[in-house]
Ligand binder design. Sequence first.
Ligand SMILES: *Cc1c(COP(=O)(O)O)cnc(C)c1O
Length: 429
Amino acid sequence: MQFASTRGGSPAVPFSTALLDGLAPDGGLYVPCEWPRFAPADFTACTSLAEIARALIAPFAAGDALAGALGDITADAFSFPAPIVPLAGAGYSVLELFHGPTAAFKDFGARFLAASMARLRTNATRPLEILVATSGDTGGAVAAAFHRRPGVRVAVLYPKGLVSPTQEQQLTCWGDNVQAFAVRGSFDDCQRLVKAAFVDPALRARYDLSSANSINLGRLLPQAAYYAATSLALTRAGGEAPSFVIPSGNLGNALACVWARHVGLPIGEIVLAHNANRAVPDYLDGKPWQPRRSIATLASAMDVGDPSNMERMLALFPERTRLQAAVSAAVVDDDAIRRRIAEDHAAYGTIWCPHTATAAEVMARMGAERRARGPWVIVATAHPAKFREIVEPLIGRPVPVPDTLARLYEMPSTSVPLEPRLDALRAAL
Ligand SMILES: *Cc1c(COP(=O)(O)O)cnc(C)c1O
């Protein structure tokens, strides 16, 4: 299968080229040139999430350099579960995507991309240098995924003093082939530095550079697997197709669900839960498409004013009415996030991270009739322990820390201070 740019200005490429390039040369995002069609029966032989991922991705990787290794890659990436946990008394279930090494859903996509890139680079003569600017979650997932992979080095740039202590530990605890840089500046400075590095002749002469950022097809497509697995599990006994509420920022997670339904998986409604960054809900409400500056909220990994994957959504649904038929969206502000965390802890004993709380709030507001068309599943995108500084004061007790995170907290932390200048980065790499 070939992948084309959403902007139509560069040639179609195979799967592995789309993964290595990240962005298409014309600045667009890669999307499949054709869509395979699945029926639930196509997955009857699959006994694990990894096997469902393999079957789902296989037609996209058909004929590609990675096709033969796809089974190993999906086994590597999907090495932890995505359980569907009914929330007793609430009338919906929770798809827990936080059982990976950095306790957020980004681990799935980052690990798939890392496993793929490592295989594509086995005969490379120069090291691959992955540069990531991060304001928190992405850098941790990418660092963990590429940690100790031969032939690959990772430089994580984060704004010193502007990420939470918990997040900083997840960026700085790796060592080996992962280097963390505490940049004296803002997240925008980090991003500017990374962009400058990509076009710097001196660095390009030394390394093959890549970004591994969340618009990469190799992070997006594998995320469709947990939606496929959930819809298959819930319909196996003759149940209705499940509907999902997805905490959304850059729309990568939601788009994966849309793609899963598009290729034939039994999925009902798809509802996007946004924080106060409301570009997508406003567009679905009939207002003009208007990207904007991001607003800082408690659900910081969703603070996106100009979601990149909207370009892929619009490639699939060019008319607004078609997008409106495909997805709906709601806005949840910080006060509602705080209240939902406290109320659901009191009512059910459950603890949400601030991102997952936006989805729980959407469920709490939903009318009985729509709810009855379920089953409904909310997507838990991160473990609350990652955001304990926010969550603990609201619930009045400590958040139990899962073993995966506890291990990271015990590792020694090292980071290199960096001035936000290209010559400084050049010298430090
Ligand atoms: C990245 C992230 C999101 C937003 O996901 P998108 O794919 O950018 O829409 C939501 N919750 C958490 C915890 C995240 O890390």
